[in-house]
Design a protein around this ligand. Structure first.
Ligand code: MN
Length: 483
């Protein structure tokens, strides 16, 4: 369980009474924060050694996903330098104040000294800037729901970071032959994101499939029956997918992995490409990327960890409708039912690729709504995360001969410029689609991880984006020398 620590900055200058008040007020602020993950008031720090000690404790506490600091009084920041240079957890600087107004009669010099966040937090801001710390700054009155929403967005990013740092990804087979964008530096991914990406032989998966029992399959098919509709005539294919799912999950559980990839070019000994099997694993929280795409598998798993009840899936851009200005997104089979508009249906149809038997798959239309598509690419020397705002719409036609899960969306800033920006940035055809993540959460995640971020939204223009991409080359060339 992720927890967050609240640390208040002060000093001994104002006496014991003031410090008692600072502590009581800090506890009231923490109690007033309504957030998705718990925040614990830890300490009002007064000295360099207290700060260093609590930072070390935060670093080694497995549950602590980040620290929130606030300087109620003036907290001189030289005393923060040694602690902050040791900090290994995400940091949010909450620039707030205990009261939202200045009381006309009550204000005197004592009141000023007690409530001087405007002063103390600027010293705190300076040292964050001076240390080039990758911190998140949230500004505003702590009771304001908008301020709390920003803290919540940061918490989601921290939960993703915490999950990412121990993420294991199982590759069943290698990358699809000749495909470039799904390749990448797995060592760099582990250094930056913590991902352990390793391969398992398809033959080992088949051995695991062979020992799955009929009663294990019965239990999983009963679970399918609660969630999806299907015809009894398709039961043999559905049971085969259940066998594949159970075997894959046993390997994932054994390895402590929360994401996986496979490829239709390496299904040796398997009768069907996993469709329903992969889709149901995604619905349970596993990340997936097709054709060996471990980067999209990892990002999908992280988004699912950030939003356990959210709508998140592996996705692929397939066709354009220039007339209706829409992108058709789908995959051969593997789209997560968490994005379905209605109760999904299991169907069995031929698959013209992979040279295997007709696979069972879950078919549905994606729901309408605001969403984002995210693509993590290896641009050479660094990882680049691209996030584009989109609006998903109900498909305008039924496409009866396309029996896969599918959705349609319009990219920002406009259909054509949205496509142009994506192509300029080098975004993949594979993405993670999320209906939950905010731009702030994406920004916080990339900042904490130290990876390049390209946001494509309503304000992006291709001209400005080209310049930003060139700037990125300069910035990251410099960074590789400085760190
Ligand atoms: Mn694909």
């Amino acid at each position: 369980m992720a927890k967050f620590w609240f640390i208040t900055g002060s000093q001994f200058l104002y006496g014991e009474e003031t410090l008692k008040q600072v502590e009581a007020d800090s506890k009231e602020i923490v109690a007033g924060l309504k957030l998705p993950f718990p925040v614990e008031y830890k300490l009002t720090v007064k000295t360099e050694s207290e700060i260093e000690k609590i930072v070390k404790e935060a670093n080694y506490d497995d549950e602590c996903a980040g620290i929130i600091t606030f300087c109620h009084t003036f907290s001189p920041s030289k005393m923060w330098i040694n602690g902050l240079t040791l900090l290994q957890k995400p940091w949010l600087h909450l620039h707030t104040q205990f009261y939202d107004t200045i009381p006309n009669n009550a204000i005197d010099m004592d009141y000023m000294n007690l409530h001087q966040s405007a002063h103390g937090d600027r010293e705190h801001g300076f040292i964050g800037a001076r240390l080039r710390s990758a911190r998140t700054v949230v500004v505003g009155y702590w009771k304001d729901p908008e301020v709390q929403a920003q803290i919540a967005d940061w918490q989601r990013a921290c939960v993703g970071v915490k999950f990412s740092k121990s993420l294991k990804i199982v590759r069943f087979g290698d990358n699809m032959r000749e495909v470039a964008v799904t390749e990448g530096d797995k060592v760099e991914a582990q250094i930056k994101l913590g991902w352990q990406v390793n391969t398992w032989a398809v033959g080992d998966l088949v051995e695991e499939m062979n020992v799955v029992t009929e009663s294990e399959i019965d239990a999983l098919v009963a679970e399918y029956a609660k969630l999806y509709t299907f015809d009894e005539k398709d039961m043999a294919e559905i049971r085969y997918q259940a066998r594949e799912e159970i075997a894959m999950e046993k390997i994932l559980v054994r390895e402590g992995a929360m994401a996986f990839s496979n490829t239709f070019q390496d299904l040796h000994g398997m009768r069907q490409l996993p469709g329903l099997a992969t889709q149901h694993l995604m619905a349970k929280g596993y990340g997936y990327g097709g054709e060996g795409d471990w980067k999209t598998a990892g990002m999908t798993a992280i988004l699912k960890a950030m939003y356990p009840d959210g709508a998140t899936s592996f996705m692929e851009d397939y066709n354009y409708d220039y007339k209706h200005e829409l992108i058709l997104g789908a995959h051969m089979l593997e789209v997560c039912p968490s994005i379905a508009a209605d109760k999904p249906r299991i169907e069995v149809h031929p698959l013209g690729i992979g040279n295997r038997e007709d696979p069972a798959r879950i078919v549905f239309e994606g729901k309408a709504g605001r969403a984002k598509v995210l693509s993590l690419i290896d641009i050479g020397g660094r990882l680049r995360l691209i996030a584009q705002d989109i609006t998903a719409e109900k498909p305008f036609q039924s496409m009866p001969n396309l029996p896969v899960a599918r959705t349609m969306w319009k990219p920002e800033p406009s259909f054509l410029d949205g496509l142009k920006c994506w192509i300029l940035a080098g975004g993949a055809h594979h993405t993670t689609i999320s209906y939950d993540i905010s731009t702030q959460t994406v920004r916080d995640f990339a900042r904490i991880m130290g990876i390049e971020l390209v946001v494509i939204d309503k304000d992006t223009t291709p001209v400005q984006l080209e310049r930003d991409l060139m700037l990125g080359d300069v910035i990251y060339a410099h960074r590789s020398f400085s760190f």
